[in-house]
Every structure is written in C-alpha cells, then in structure tokens.
Design a protein around this ligand. Structure first.
Ligand code: SF4
Length: 358
C-alpha cells in the first residue's frame, strides 16, 4: 500500500523545505538547559547524528538569547534551529534577530495580537519561518467557552483564526501544529485542519508519556494521520532522551514506507522452542545496530524451524538452534556456527553490508 500524501504548500525553515512532495521532516527538541553548554552541545550533536533535521530549543528567559546566540555563532547547529517561545514576544523578536531559522509561538499565549504582528514582521524581514503551535492545554478561554468546552472545535477555530491573521499580514512561511495529549483528539483536530488549510502540518501527540506508553501513543496518533496522507514534519514527544524520540519518529516513518533510515529489527516473541536467552541477544543486536543510518532489515529468530522463513525479507538474520545458529542473508543460510560466536559473525557480516560488500 502506498500512502498518498495531501498536497500542502512548501515552506522554508532555514535550508530545510517542509511540505509539498518533500520528505516528511523529522525534528526534535532539546531537553538540556541552555546554560549547561557542554550538555546542550552534546545533545545537539547526538540529535544531528541520529537524523534530527530540525532542532527546537526552549527560550524561557532573556539569558537564553545570549546562550543561543553563542551556539549559533560557534556553528554548533548543522541543521536549522527553532526557538520555542511562550508568552514573551520580545524573546521571539530577539531569537529571530540572532539567527533562529524559525520561532514556535502559540499566538494565544503571546497575548495581544499586535505583538504577534511584530513577530510576523520580524520573521518576514529575516526570511525566517513561524510555527503556529496551538496546544489543547492553552486554548483561549473565550474560544473554549464559545465552543461549549469542546477541545477539538476550539483548537480548530484557534488555528483558523491565527492562519487568517498571518495571511492578512501577507506572511505565508509558516506551519501549523495543534497537539492534544489524547490520541483521538489529536487525530480529529488534524483531520479537520487538514481539510481546511494547505499549510504544512507539524504532527505530534503532546506530552505522550514515558518511553513505552509514549511511543505507542505517538505511533498510533502519528501513524493514523500519516497513513491518511496528513503531516509534513513530525516530532515524537517522550519523557526520555531526545535521540530516542528521533529514532522512534524514523521507526514510525519507516514502517509506513514514508522514509528509509536505520535498521528495522524483526525478532520473534520466543516460545517453548527457544533454547537461548533471546531477549538479551536482541538487545545486543539493537546496540550493535543503533547508529546505522543505512536502511537494513535485521532478523533475530529463536529457532531454525521458522527463523529463515519468517525473516525471508531480512537483509541479515540469525536463527538459533540447540547448539548452532544459522546466519542467513535474504532468507538463505550463509553459514552455521556455534550459538556463542554467532553475534561476532553477525557483526562482521553486518559491517560488510553497511560498506556495500555484500
Ligand atoms: S521463531 Fe521459533 S522460537 Fe521464535 S516464536 Fe517462532 S517458533 Fe518459537
């Protein structure tokens, strides 16, 4: 099945194009404090290495502007940077002045619309982008009341109001997000918005939760929308490491055939036929493969009976037996070696695959 993406306008966030037929952009947000320079640089580098194509940074106070400026001036960012602003429109203006490629604002919490006008004017002058970010937790009370407390309708109304406002300022280089912490509300809101506007949509399930639950919620919410062709850039939010968010985002996109990056690991659930500690072996394989950028399918199967057959599409796989394990490529057995040395053999063949020798 091929997903037909909804046609959206193309916008520029620094060097990255979002929307139209451009690949769905993966982005993330740093969690380290800007004042902890060593930690924030480490995190930015990690995010870039795992494929975050845009990095967003919270700008909570005036000092953050100087800290962000020094990172920009020192060339720390290899990808566009988005300044995340709440309440204080001056911080948005200053972020754009020091070279942020985009600011994320929720016009509702900037307060007065004349302040939003100033941000729009500045973004226009700087050829920067704006993300209109409406969140279920911060809807204007007046709009919420008008919609009898209906979150979805209130979010849609807020978004449309801000979009028209931006258009009235002749500013079109913006994208829109409307995140709710409920998966169904998120899906509902984005579907409605996507029917009404053609600006690129930034998808996310906000405050999705810890790793296990957050990944499932994000995969559900984003997966449903992406499968309907909705979404031009995504961020997975997890209470955990930001690099994991990026890996989760690629896993979602890979499984929908929307992007190809990194490995897919096929592993069996184990059963009474399994003779090895497959849980720890799979973790080891995950570790070995965690930094691979090339799209590869790896398989780790608990028995030789079903292993090669079940993983016949895998580029490289292992199927364990009582004492020996089979190493196979594209479902065909390459060699059989003792269980305790199979991982070394696997790693060797994997390196050949990465280099393109196989
Ligand atoms: S691959 Fe073999 S060990 Fe794994 S679940 Fe299937 S039958 Fe059981």
């Amino acid at each position: 099945m091929e997903i037909k993406r909804k046609k959206t306008r193309v916008i520029n966030v620094g060097s990255v194009k979002i929307g139209g037929s451009n690949p769905i952009v993966v982005q993330s947000m740093t969690k380290s404090k800007l004042k902890n320079k060593t930690a924030i640089i480490k995190e930015i580098n990690e995010l870039t290495n795992v494929g975050s194509e845009i990095i967003r940074i919270a700008i909570p106070e005036e000092e953050s502007i100087y800290q962000l400026k020094s990172l920009i001036d020192e060339g720390v960012f290899k990808v566009p940077v988005v300044a995340d602003i709440h309440f204080d429109y001056n911080l948005a203006l200053k972020s754009l002045d020091i070279g942020a490629d985009c600011v994320r604002i929720n016009p509702g919490n900037i307060g007065y619309m004349d302040r939003v006008s100033k941000i729009i004017k500045k973004a226009k002058d700087k050829k920067a982008a704006i993300r209109i970010g409406v969140n279920s937790g911060s809807i204007e009370k007046r709009i919420l009341k008008k919609n009898n407390g209906n979150i979805v309708d209130s979010m849609v109304e807020s978004v449309l109001k801000y979009v028209r406002f931006f258009e009235n300022h002749d500013f079109y280089n913006f994208k829109v997000s409307a995140k709710a912490s409920s998966v169904l509300d998120t899906v509902n809101v984005y579907e409605k918005i996507s029917d009404k506007i053609d600006y690129p949509l930034h998808l996310g399930v906000t405050e999705a939760g810890p790793l296990f639950r957050g990944s499932i919620k994000s995969a559900l919410g984003l997966g449903i929308l992406l499968s309907k062709g909705i979404g031009d850039t995504i961020r997975v939010s997890i209470t955990g490491k930001s690099s994991i968010e990026v890996k989760a985002a690629y896993t979602i996109l890979n499984n929908l055939n929307l992007r190809k990056r990194g490995v897919d690991i096929v592993s069996c659930p184990t059963c009474g036929r399994t003779e090895v500690d497959l849980y720890s072996i799979v973790s080891e394989v995950e570790n070995i493969a965690s930094d691979i950028k090339k799209p590869l399918k790896l398989a780790v199967m608990g028995c030789i009976v079903n292993g090669p057959g079940e993983a016949k599409d895998a580029d490289l796989g292992i199927a364990f037996g009582n004492e020996k394990a089979a190493l196979f490529i594209k479902g065909k057995v390459l060699k059989r070696v003792k269980n305790d040395i199979i991982i070394d053999e696997f790693e060797k063949e994997l390196n050949k695959l990465i280099k393109g020798d196989l």
